[in-house]
Design a binder for this molecule. Structure first.
Ligand code: ATP
Length: 361
């Protein structure tokens, strides 16, 4: 038995618990079969339903336990009818981002044969890039605190040197790892609007400084509007894209659309000390409790968690299992027999989870 890792699990709201159940079952199966590592799971309360019951959306004890865990697996959270007194949504995922300084939002965009992509991808082209969204400042800096008078509303965008340096170093290191694994071209593109805003010229300047430490990689720039166009016209050109919080928020939904929908879009929020892995989608109350939810985004987020833990702790078996899990999901999508309604199939959440387990075995 190798090293054991404690995973903090937030089951979430709406379809959250439904997609978390097969995900944890798959992780248990992988860990049980591995002599190299073990996983233990601590389920922690948080979310909109918990708030409705107790008046607390993220109890201090849950936050504390999540901070001490080796990684956090978080399902979809929030319910449209449950809100704070000021009308804002319950979003413990944003509280965790702030509490743990999770500055890098990692959104992989991969389009394999099973993806319901609206794109026509030419023979021989492969879409496999990663969008990194800064997740603690930018145009979300004054979130919930903007100044609104009768005739004016103001929000502030903040870009700091400290966070930008960490963000760009993370982006370049990721491009290096991808290149080493034969997965990327070794290119990082800074996505900004430096032609209009001084704050983005500052952002770009820091990117260029950090690029000097990575001479083996190509560092270039793109304006955010052009990037949206190219994500549709030639997404196979990208490797790692790095951008500000609001731009990243918008482009990552575009990325999910290119992959065929939110049900297959995973994500990770990563800091220097902790990381949270969660699907890009919300709690989908319209389909909750019906067994229709696609668990792929949650399972792919868990695969990212295994890869992250493996890299961080130098446990090759974890990294390998993360990749194997991603390939198993892609195989099930390609077969098309056990996919949920959003991908044109008839399988239930549990059947899709079972098919991924079978593909792994
Ligand atoms: P949020 O603002 O919390 O991110 P949202 O309003 O963007 O949420 P989602 O909850 O993500 O909305 O759902 C958007 C649509 O996508 C809904 O019709 C929902 O049913 C569908 N959807 C989201 N996730 C899944 C999933 N895992 N499987 C199937 N359908 C999904």
């Amino acid at each position: 038995m190798g090293r054991s890792f404690d995973i903090a699990v937030f089951d979430g709201d709406g379809i959250g618990p439904e997609i978390m159940a097969p995900t944890v079952a798959i992780l248990r199966q992988l860990a049980d079969a591995s002599p190299e590592y073990a996983l233990s799971f601590t389920h922690l309360p948080a979310g909109a339903a918990h708030y409705a019951r107790t008046g607390e959306s993220l109890p201090a004890a849950s936050l504390d336990a999540a901070g001490k865990a080796d990684a956090v697996l978080l399902s979809a959270m929030g319910l449209p009818d449950v809100r704070y007194a000021d009308g804002t949504e319950i979003s413990p995922q944003i509280d965790l981002r702030k509490a743990f300084n999770l500055f890098a939002g990692v959104r992989p965009v991969r389009i394999g044969p099973g993806h319901q992509t609206p794109l026509k991808i030419p023979e021989g082209r492969e879409v496999d890039f990663v969008l990194i969204r800064e997740s603690t400042e930018g145009l979300f800096y004054t979130q919930g605190k903007g100044e609104v008078t009768e005739n004016e509303a103001r929000e502030t965008m903040l870009i700091t040197r400290e966070v930008s340096e960490k963000l760009f170093r993370f982006a370049f290191s990721l491009a290096q790892d991808r290149k080493a694994q034969g997965q990327g071209k070794g290119r990082v593109t800074c996505v900004d609007k430096a032609n209009v805003f001084r704050a983005f010229a500052f952002f770009r300047g820091i990117f260029d400084e950090e690029a000097k430490a990575f001479p083996d990689l190509v560092a270039d720039h793109a304006y955010v509007d052009a990037t949206a166009l190219w994500m549709v016209q030639k997404p196979w050109d990208f490797d790692v894209l790095v951008t500000e919080n609001m731009f990243g928020d918008i482009l990552s939904d575009l990325g999910a659309g290119l992959m065929g929908g939110l049900g297959v879009a995973p994500s990770a929020d990563i800091g220097l000390e902790q990381a949270v892995f969660q699907p890009c989608h919300g709690s989908a109350p319209d389909i909750a409790g019906q067994g229709k939810a696609n668990p792929m985004a949650m399972i792919l987020s868990a695969a990212m968690m295994l890869e992250w833990l493996g890299m961080r702790h130098d446990v090759l078996a974890l990294t390998a299992d993360g990749q194997r899990l991603r390939q198993a999901v892609e195989q099930v999508m390609q077969d098309g027999m056990s996919v949920t309604a959003d991908l044109g199939g008839q399988a239930t959440t549990a059947q899709t989870g079972g098919a991924v387990m079978a593909a792994l075995a």
